[in-house]
Ligand binder design. Structure first.
Ligand code: SAM
Length: 499
């Protein structure tokens, strides 16, 4: 392991990905649902988004391309990450994103840090529970200096008590891997092999609880760069949310909610009996602690605010009503029930079907959706609508309802497609930039490829499939899949303004 990593692995890059819980729009919705005043970005608001520990910067690139009026700053200490992110930004010609190579342990207070403007939104995804105490202290100094009053911060981390029963798994994976390999990815692979063999032998701490066993069963299907960054760091330590909240208070940050939006709804996360116990506490942190003991939340996505301005339920509803949303699914695929932490919830088709049908041609304001004449159900509960449609990944917030696919977003999507094609997995979930949404749209590599062809005026499945190019035996299957994408996904991408 190189000396400069301070215990964090630096010999192989982290995988490239977009994680929707980092989206400023979701951070704002989380705060509003938690009764804290926030603005869901819209129009050409001049927003500064700051990402700490940005990896290869794909999330920062997507947000910059989706929002040319924003300024995006992203920091990582691994020069290989920053070199890749900068070359990607240059290829897509994005002038509004800056990648800085810096160690967060010491960055705050440096001249380069002083030059960064106050941030409206900050995201630290996959960093907090993986880095040394000195890095956490440096992050807190930076947050104290750089988050604007009223600004929102996203922090994701491995949470306790969920990770408690898996401590042995991480310890053994790392220790065994270090004995058997030299580079972090090889070490992770070797460690996983040992764990799988022990799991098959019935090792009690690898088979119980059930969720640990399930995680172990699919460990070897996960990308090895993920495994290495997840398990091979010296200072990895899962945290209780109350301890993270205590640390954040040092930067004047107060917990406001979860950007995994469904987590903000007790009825969707806890049983009746658990909710009754949770209600005994009016301290929101105690309520979260109760929840974390009841639900298996391995990765928390917390949203903090610097200076909470509390709003009433009616002010909250008014803010939600002004928010616009866009569909992620085709209206025909509205599920009759959805999976939540407490089990399946039924979706009333007489309420949700007309509503998603109205979203077919593009984003709509929640106020307009709730005023549709043909819906049967509660029109006075915009929070539930957001919780179900956005919280369960069926819709995204939309910043600019009528905007065309922006030229920066189109450029980035083109470059992204070319870069991901090297990996070859057409079903890989990637994410597309969208000027209309202002937040990335979930999309697979195939969605991006087909979308690009459609933008170029080509809608012939055979020609598109042939251009992708596979061996002859697979050509018919690929044409069928492309045809399906043209029928089902292209209208969704169009209504989200990606194409
Ligand atoms: C698990 S990765 C997450 C990357 C990115 N946020 C994502 O989700 O794709 C954690 C990142 O934190 C960076 N990192 C770790 N320690 C750091 C430090 N002391 N200063 C700056 N970046 C650091 C790593 O290089 C790595 O890119």
């Amino acid at each position: 392991m190189s000396g400069w990593g301070g215990g964090y692995i630096v010999d192989i890059p982290y995988m490239t990905g977009w994680y929707r819980q980092q989206s400023p729009a979701l951070l704002a919705l989380a705060a509003i649902l938690g009764g804290v005043e926030a603005t869901v970005p819209q129009g050409d608001d001049p927003i500064h988004f700051l990402e700490l520990g940005c990896g290869q910067g794909f999330g920062a690139l997507l947000l910059a391309a989706s929002n040319p009026s924003w300024r995006v700053t992203a920091i990582d200490f691994n020069p290989a990450h920053i070199a890749e992110a900068r070359s990607w930004a240059a290829e897509a010609d994005l002038p509004n994103v800056t990648f800085i190579e810096a160690d967060l342990a010491v960055f705050a207070g440096e001249a380069a840090a002083a030059a960064i403007p106050e941030a409206d939104f900050v995201s630290l995804h996959g960093v907090w529970s993986w880095v040394a105490p000195a890095v956490k202290a440096g992050i807190l100094r930076l947050l104290r200096d750089k988050v604007r009053p009223g600004g929102l911060v996203h922090v994701s981390y491995n949470a306790l008590p969920s990770w408690g029963p898996r401590l042995g798994m991480q310890k053994l994976l790392r220790a065994a891997g270090r004995q058997m390999g030299s580079r972090s990815d090889h070490r992770a692979e070797e460690g996983v092999k040992v764990l799988k063999a022990l799991h098959a032998s019935g090792a009690i701490h690898l088979t119980q609880p059930v969720s640990t066993g399930r995680l172990l069963e699919r460990l070897d299907q996960l990308p090895v760069s993920y495994l290495a960054h997840e398990f091979m760091n010296e200072n990895w330590a899962p945290c209780f949310m109350t301890d993270v909240a205590e640390a954040m208070s040092g930067a004047k940050l107060e917990w406001a909610g979860s950007s995994h939006l469904v987590q903000n709804f007790p009825a969707l996360t806890l049983t009746e009996a658990q909710q009754a116990i949770q209600r005994q506490f009016d301290d929101p942190l105690m309520r979260e602690l109760v929840k974390d003991v009841c639900v298996d939340t391995a990765l928390r996505h917390d949203v903090y605010v610097r200076g909470a301005r509390r709003i009433s339920a009616s002010e909250r509803d008014a803010l939600l009503r002004e928010t616009s949303i866009s569909l992620n699914i085709s209206p025909e695929h509205l599920p009759l029930e959805a999976e939540t932490p407490v089990g399946k919830v039924e979706l009333n088709p007489k309420f949700y079907q007309p509503l998603v049908s109205a979203l077919r041609d593009g984003p709509r304001r929640i106020a307009d959706l709730l005023a549709l004449p043909d819906i049967e159900g509660r029109r006075d509960n915009p929070a539930e609508l957001v919780g179900i449609l956005v919280g369960l990944d069926m819709a995204e917030p939309a910043a600019r309802r009528a905007a065309d696919p922006g030229s920066a977003a189109k450029r980035l999507n083109r470059v992204t497609t070319r870069r991901f094609l090297k990996h070859g997995n057409l079903n890989m979930g990637i994410g597309a930039a969208s000027h209309r949404l202002g937040t990335p749209m979930p999309a697979t590599l195939l969605d991006l490829i087909v979308g690009e062809r459609v933008l170029a005026g080509d809608t012939d499945p055979a020609r598109i499939a042939d251009a992708i190019g596979v061996i002859d035996e697979q050509a018919a299957a690929l044409r069928a899949v492309v045809h399906q994408t043209l029928e089902v996904r292209v209208p969704v991408l169009r209504s989200a303004g990606v194409i």
